[in-house]
Structures are given as C-alpha cells and as structure tokens.
Design a protein around this ligand. Structure first.
Ligand SMILES: [Zn+2]
Length: 313
C-alpha cells in the first residue's frame, strides 16, 4: 500500500511516494509560490499528479504549518501563508486530483513520523519537540496522535516559559519558543558576538566571517570543534528546552521526549544540558522515573513520511 506525503515548506513543496516501511520511493519538488492561496493549492496538485501518474497510491497526506480542523480538511489558521486561511484544502485538492487527501499540522506530521518509523517507534507515550524557526510540538498518547478537542493540541512552543517575557508571534508573551528555538539560539549568539566579537572568532570562521552571514550550523560546527562560547550557547538552548520538557513531563508523564530539528545535529552538546535542566526543573525528580531525552532520527523527512502514514488512517 503506497501513499503520497506532501510537505509544504516556506521555500519548497516536497512530495514523496512512501511505502508501509516508511521508505520514500520517489520524490519531487516545486518552489513554494509566494502568493500562496490558489497558486499554492495548484502547485500541490501538480506534485500529487506527477507522483500518482507513476505509482498506484491509495491516499494523500498534506503537511503544512497551519492549524487544521479536527476533520483534517480545513485550514483554520495559516498565519505564514497568504490567502489560505479558512479554505477546505481537501475539497480543493479533490477537485483537482480526484484523490482523497487529509491535511495535518506540520509538527503533528513530523511527530507521527518519529512515532511510527523513528526515535519513538514502539513507544506508546511520547512528546516530540521540533526545534526550528519556532518549536513544533507533537504528542503521542496510547500509541495514537493526540489532536485535542479542536484539532490544535500540542502547541508546545507556546507554553509559557517566562512570566511577562518576550513577545511572541502568536500574540502572547514569554512563550517557550522565544527562548529555546533555533531563532532564539541565533539571537543569543548575535547578542554575545555584538558585545565581544573576538569571542566569536571560531563560530564566525565557519561562515563568511560576518554576524549577518551566521547560520545555526556554524554554532554546531564550532561547538563540535571545542569552542567554549558555542557550547555555552547550545547549553543555553538546552536549558530552556529542559524547562519546557519539565513542564511537559509533569503534565503528561511521557516515556520519551524526542528533540528534532537542525539543532539536534549538536547531539549531546544540546541534549545533555536539556536532560540536566529537565531534572532540575521537575518536582519529585528523585522519586519518579523521568522521560528519556533523545534525538529525532528522520531529520527533514519526518513530516513527509509521517503525513503519508497518517493519510492511510
Ligand atoms: Zn507564542
């Protein structure tokens, strides 16, 4: 049984044919139309039709950075995509492709990928945090994806980490993703370098030498090469992830917390500080079994593979 997963990113629409083992048999991509709306829907249908023309597929799953209604059809909040709010994407795509589609939130899709084929495989109670521009969350309860009463559960990036803290794009303040996301890591790094540029010479040496040209991976490279500032910056991100993980562990008692996103390439340079902070910030830490904190396994494919599987359910 084959299905198609389509991952809508900020720059590309990536589609793949996925088998039951979670293997991507073939993939294709298009640029994401900046105008969003009908142009984006039409691009997705092109990707689906190209793949469906080569393989016999039974279902299609679409992963997007939007809130999705609980019937998995309608986009109920697409803040970063123009002219997509409120549309019934299942109906629009069915009209263009004659294939049944389901729509899923991107973090839920990635979480399900890790749950079914990745780091949380075979585990019934898992929390998945995808650390990127923001922090995406996914929750596996009793072996199933938990969507909540209105389809928008597990927005863990927006649990409060700091009272009256930094303003967040969601309209609230002090959200976890303002402190523990890749964006926050970059902000912390720029702050450290602008107060003492010479302290960042190792980090900058992995890029073009300027603060403007800095990328997240340069911090990971520098930390792995033994740079102390880079290691401290990753530890700071880990600290905040641990603060969030402690709240989640107190509320949900998961067996495992999976950390995904580019920043986990840093491995234990990120995960050890996360584990330490989790222990320090949870009550009864000595008396209860804490969740394991582990790195995600599927990388950028998690969403595509996950949503292709969700489409079969
Ligand atoms: Zn927020």
């Amino acid at each position: 049984m084959l299905s198609i997963g389509v991952d809508i990113g900020g720059t590309k629409v990536l589609g793949g044919v996925v088998n039951l083992a979670g293997e991507i048999l073939e993939s294709t991509r298009r640029d994401t139309p900046k105008s969003g709306g009908k142009a984006l829907t039409s691009t997705i249908s092109e990707v689906i039709l190209e793949l469906a023309g080569k393989y016999e597929v039974t279902s299609v799953g679409i992963s997007a950075a939007t809130l999705v209604s609980s019937d998995r059809q309608t986009l109920i909040g697409a803040p970063n995509i123009a002219d997509w709010d409120g549309i019934n994407l299942r109906n629009e795509l069915f009209a263009l492709t004659k294939l049944e589609c389901v729509v899923e939130n991107d973090a839920n899709s990635a979480a399900w990928g890790e749950a079914i084929h990745g780091a949380a495989k075979g585990i019934d109670h898992a929390v998945i945090l995808t650390v990127g521009t923001g922090i995406g969350g996914g929750l596996i309860v009793n072996g199933s994806l938990y969507r909540g009463a209105h389809g928008v559960a597990a927005e863990f990036g927006h649990i409060r980490a700091v009272d009256n803290g930094l303003a967040c794009g969601c309209g609230s303040h002090g959200c976890l993703e303002q402190y523990a996301s890749g964006t926050a890591l970059m902000r912390h790094t720029r702050q450290a370098l602008s107060s003492d540029i010479s302290s960042g010479s190792k980090i900058l040496s992995f890029g073009d030498g300027t603060i403007e040209g800095l990328k997240g991976e340069h911090i990971t490279f520098a930390a792995k090469a033994g740079d102390e500032l880079a290691a401290q910056l990753l530890a700071q991100t880990g600290y905040w992830l641990g603060v969030g993980a402690a709240s989640l562990a107190a509320a949900l008692d998961p067996e495992i917390i999976v950390i995904g996103g580019g920043v986990v390439d840093a491995g234990d340079l990120l995960l050890e500080p996360t584990r330490k902070s989790l222990e320090e910030n949870i009550r009864f830490a000595k008396n209860q079994k804490l969740p394991q904190v582990v790195a995600a396994k599927l990388g950028n494919d998690a969403g595509l593979v996950g949503v292709a599987d969700l489409a079969r359910r």
